[in-house]
Design a protein around this ligand. Sequence first.
Ligand code: ADP
Ligand code: UDP
Length: 292
Amino acid sequence: MATFFVSRLKSERDTSPIASGPQETPPMYELNGLSGEWLPLLLTYTNPKHLNSVTKSITGMAKTEMEAKLFYRKPLVVFVLGGPGSGKGTQCPKIVEHFGFRHLCAGDLLQAEIESESENGKMIQNFKKEGKIVPSEITVKLLQQAMQQSDNKRFIIDGFPRNEENRAAFENIVRIKPEFVLFFDCPEEELTKRILNRNQVTLLHILVAESLPMHLFTTFSVFLKGRVDDNIETIGKRLKVYFETTLPVINYYNSKGKVQKIDAQRSIKEVFEDVKSVFAKLRPVARVGSTK
Ligand SMILES: Nc1ncnc2c1ncn2[C@@H]1O[C@H](COP(=O)(O)OP(=O)(O)O)[C@@H](O)[C@H]1O
Ligand SMILES: O=c1ccn([C@@H]2O[C@H](COP(=O)(O)OP(=O)(O)O)[C@@H](O)[C@H]2O)c(=O)[nH]1
């Protein structure tokens, strides 16, 4: 079977526009657990932009789906979880800056969907207002699209998965398990204080903007719109959802030894020191993407 497969790959390589396309690093495919003789053939498929067509192309050649998947070098994913207001959105840009990850915030992707006035926008807005979790297929699709569109293959996914259904949907559809889960642990009282403060800051901005001439006000108000869910009523609902449905997901990953817990109650700087030491231990870039 191996000989058959190699010869099919050779003929595909000779004729495929992908194979003769630009060679980009890092290599996207490697042979995991198979004979080394196949490696040079597959290293010709290195252009991330051709990911989908390559996968399809390989699927066409492989005798089984499983064979095709063996060639796909998976991205590295870290989930960033913690209650609303625990500091996920504050710390993630720092991780990007220091460690070169691509930051995907599930809440921001959903917000962009609301603002694009897409078919699902109104429905997402209603879930958000109620502090409820948007159906998994919508969020997973947005995350998957964002991952496919990125040239970076290392992602921090912030604010997801929020429940068991989210977790299972991501693992089943995207077929990637997180390298680890960064968990910002913060008491409820502190979370409430921070979220209310976040909204007050926004309100203050709007008041300032309102005293400006009309054209400046219009510009400002677009940037400084308050969050529909940072009010005391919705905060209560979001915290309930967090403790009842997101904490069990964190516990699940903890039982697999995958949680890196950070004490998020300290200053932003102190929290980042801990975050840094977690990411510094990460396996080197060259090994990123093994299919384990
Ligand atoms: N370590 C911290 N100490 C005090 N305030 C913080 C800290 N981290 C974040 N904040 C503030 O708390 C609010 C919520 O933080 P944010 O990063 O938006 O949380 P999340 O993304 O987890 O909802 C923001 O106003 C932010 O400036
Ligand atoms: O994977 C997600 C992420 C967010 N949300 C919705 O978006 C809201 C805001 O989430 P975000 O992560 O932006 O803010 P946080 O609650 O962490 O402050 C949540 O309450 C949910 O209604 C969701 O349904 N699924």
